[in-house]
Design a protein around this ligand. Structure first.
Ligand SMILES: *[C@@H]1O[C@H](CO)[C@@H](O)[C@H](O)[C@H]1NC(C)=O
Ligand SMILES: *[C@@H]1O[C@H](CO)[C@@H](O)[C@H](O)[C@H]1NC(C)=O
Ligand SMILES: *[C@@H]1O[C@H](CO)[C@@H](O)[C@H](O)[C@H]1NC(C)=O
Length: 400
């Protein structure tokens, strides 16, 4: 059950623990505030029971922009004695953002004594005993990276305070490192390890001592997903030693902007992989082996460390057989025609053709490895040709 009071100047709250069940809460909510510069809220509090038993807990919550209530930024449990104590709140949430301070008294199992708040004031000057945080900036990282928040605060004696990073959903992250910048200023570093999309939220710095609390603005942790193409690359052309592809990387999963596109390819039967940066929509893979299956994938990179996404789906395709078969047929046909018509009885000419073919093979082998496998075809053509011319020779001989 919540007992809510809407009072301000000179407002107070007294909870008599003996009147309530353990766990019951009373809240005193201050009006929503929109402040432009440094200011301080101070108040008096008392947790007291005659018998010395624990009357309960006093929590202070700061809700920003009507968002969810995060964990308390300050709390005290147990009897603090019969004297009123004074504490300060340095809230660094500025116009146009608004915030609301909520005092919450929670009754303990002891069910005796009082939890009281009094004399709440908004001062137009900085707090004296609680450090004020400077503006906390948003942090953007790629998924899988470590994110770092750095909170800088001004105030005396601040390094001995309790310090943590508070996530708006309630999680508290302990400080990784603190260091003094000078005698009135210190920096605290918070690390979130290998963040994922689920870590994306608002975070703020909190410091607490028995004399009060400081709390920064909420800053956003933005987790970017490295980009990955949705579709495999498209095949535009194929030859025995090359593949012409279109990267097909306009539709992506993840976040842009894309600053680097790479083509990664390998023989499906091999173990090596090659990667080439590409800055055109199409790319020609050269010096491939003929009649071989290749797997080609596209890698995309966005700015920042760890910005390269997983490779997209693969295009699996084969290079053509060495040489164009129809050219071989044409070549054989012309060769045979030549032998038939003009060289029926000329062994010397046959010899010349052999030499020409050997030279052609040698040339092909030198210029493009894929034509090397044409050699057997040429030789076959040649054998057929020689055979035929030999037959013709016999026919001629018979005629004589
Ligand atoms: C804060 O500043 C804005 C514009 O700079 C102004 O409109 C607003 O009234 C100021 N608020 C306070 C509380 O001074
Ligand atoms: C204050 O609240 C935190 C949760 O934010 C809790 O872990 C801690 O024990 C509380 N301290 C006291 C003194 O109640
Ligand atoms: C994140 O930090 C941990 C420990 O500090 C380190 O081992 C790890 O390599 C870091 N990860 C990345 C991606 O930098």
């Amino acid at each position: 059950m919540y007992l809510q009071l809407f009072l301000f100047s000179g407002s107070c709250m007294i909870v008599d623990s003996s009147d309530h069940d353990p766990g019951e809460k009373a809240r005193l909510q201050l009006p929503t505030m929109k402040e432009n510069d440094t200011h301080c809220i101070d108040f008096s509090y008392l947790l007291y029971s005659k018998s010395g038993t624990n009357p309960g807990t006093l929590n202070i919550l700061v809700r920003v922009n009507k968002g969810p209530l995060a964990n308390p930024i300050w709390n005290v449990t147990g009897s603090t004695g019969r004297d009123w104590l004074r504490a300060e709140l340095a809230v660094s949430t500025f116009w146009p953002n608004e915030y609301q301070v909520i005092f919450e008294a929670e009754v303990s199992d002891g069910r005796s004594g009082y939890i009281a708040i009094d004399d709440i004031q908004v001062l137009s000057y900085p707090c004296d005993k609680s450090p004020h945080f400077l503006r906390l900036g948003d942090v953007e990282v790629n998924a899988g990276q470590n994110a770092t928040f750095q909170c800088i605060a001004t105030g005396r004696d601040a390094v001995n305070n309790k310090l943590w990073l508070q996530r708006r959903n309630g999680e508290d992250i302990p400080v990784a490192q603190t260091k003094n910048i000078n005698h009135r200023r210190f920096a605290a570093t918070f690390k979130l390890q290998e963040v994922t999309k689920t870590d994306q939220d608002l975070y703020r710095c909190v410091t607490q001592s028995e004399r009060g609390s400081g709390v920064s603005n909420f800053a956003q942790l933005i987790v970017r997903e490295p980009p990955r193409p949705i579709a495999p690359p498209q095949l535009l052309g194929v030859g025995p030693t090359y593949l012409l592809i279109q990267l097909n990387a306009n539709s992506i999963i993840g976040d842009g902007p894309i600053i680097l596109k790479e083509v990664e390819y390998r023989m499906t039967s091999g173990s090596w992989t090659e990667t080439h940066a590409v800055n055109a929509p199409t790319y020609k893979l050269w010096h491939l082996d003929p009649d071989t299956e290749y797997e080609i994938r596209v890698l995309l990179t966005r700015p920042g460390e760890g910005g390269t996404g997983q490779p997209g789906p693969p295009l699996i395709t084969r290079t053509k057989c060495a040489g164009e078969v129809r050219w071989i047929f044409l070549f054989c046909f012309v060769l045979l025609l030549f032998i038939y018509l003009f060289l029926p009885v000329c062994f010397h000419c046959n010899g010349a053709v052999t030499i020409a073919i050997v030279l052609l093979c040698w040339y092909c082998q030198r210029s493009e490895s894929s034509y090397a496998s044409l050699a057997p075809v040429f030789c076959l053509c040649h054998l057929v040709g020689v055979n035929l011319s030999f037959h013709l020779l016999i026919i001629e001989a018979r005629k004589l």
